[in-house]
Design a protein around this ligand. Structure first.
Ligand SMILES: [Zn+2]
Length: 289
């Protein structure tokens, strides 16, 4: 008789339905506090100037983000349930065992995030929204949720479409959110892990060293390392970039378009999707019209 793996997906899904949302917030806030403390000890770059101003701007955008994100009526879980019930989505076409279905679901969900992040950089209209995240001239845990509220509105339908097309299971949808909450906080932390640890983890996961390159002001580097949780998609699609410790220490963060105090003004950032900002050294600090 063949031993089955101890993977009780029914019990796990019931548990996840009851607890995943609370767990996502707990993991996010817990790691936010922990990484904030770790940054004091393992900081890669020293405290930036105007820290209170920068932190208050990032905090305000985070609050707006938290209130905007749930506006979209069809939740990610709801989309997954509809796809499953109607047999929509590639993974719902096959009778997969629970464990492979879950593992493939997590992979598919992370691929969706990767694809949307690439679109945020490559589609000009989406870049206008997403660049608020990249205009931060420094990087620490406060950058994690520094997004324009439009980004939640723009990305939610794309995530929902991805979940329905690929047929990501409800369990994978729920637990991916917990995984994502943990990984995005760690990826943005201004923290240097031991080299061997960062190298080992980055074979599969996104690490602080890897994501820091994504926040480089040098455009080919800004357009690399798109992964939020897993590094495998960047490796697979040729967008993976690695830099030495010396290069990382000297990395210029933010965007060349605007490097003055506007990047710390919440109202300017909220209006910035409507402004044309050229990617040019000559225009830095010039008018933003
Ligand atoms: Zn980005």
């Amino acid at each position: 008789m063949v031993e089955t793996l101890p993977f009780d997906n029914v019990a796990l899904e019931l548990w996840a339905r009851a607890n995943a949302e609370a767990l996502t917030y707990a993991v996010f806030l817990g790691l936010f506090a922990l990484m904030g403390f770790a940054e004091l000890v393992l900081a890669r770059s020293r405290a930036p100037a105007h820290r209170p101003r920068r932190w208050s701007t990032n905090a305000l955008l985070t609050v707006l983000w938290v209130f905007t994100a749930p506006i979209f009526p069809l939740s990610l879980l709801g989309a997954s349930e509809i796809a499953q019930a109607r047999g929509w989505g590639m993974m719902n076409w096959f009778r997969l065992d629970p464990l492979p279905a879950f593992a493939l679901g997590i992979l598919a969900r992370s691929l969706i995030s990767y694809g949307i992040h690439v679109a945020m950089h490559k589609v000009p209209l989406l870049w206008r929204i997403h660049r608020v995240h990249h205009l931060d001239p420094h990087l620490d845990v406060s950058t994690t949720t520094r997004f324009h509220p439009f980004e939640a509105l723009a990305s939610a339908p794309l995530v929902i479409a991805g979940i329905m097309i690929l047929g990501v299971s409800p369990l994978a949808v729920l637990l991916y959110e917990v995984f994502d909450a943990a990984m995005v906080v760690m990826a943005h932390a201004n923290m240097r892990l031991p080299r061997w640890l960062d190298r080992g983890l980055s074979l599969v996961f996104v690490t602080p060293d890897m994501h820091r390159v994504h926040h480089s002001a040098d455009q080919p580097e800004t357009d690399s390392n798109y992964g939020a949780t897993l590094s495998i998609w960047d490796r697979l699609f040729g967008t993976y970039r690695r830099k030495s410790q010396v290069e990382l220490a000297e990395l210029r963060l933010g965007l060349e378009e605007v490097r003055d105090e506007r990047v710390q003004r919440t109202l300017w950032l909220l209006a910035s999707p409507f402004l044309s900002l050229r990617r040019s050294m000559q225009r830095q600090g010039a008018h933003a019209g």
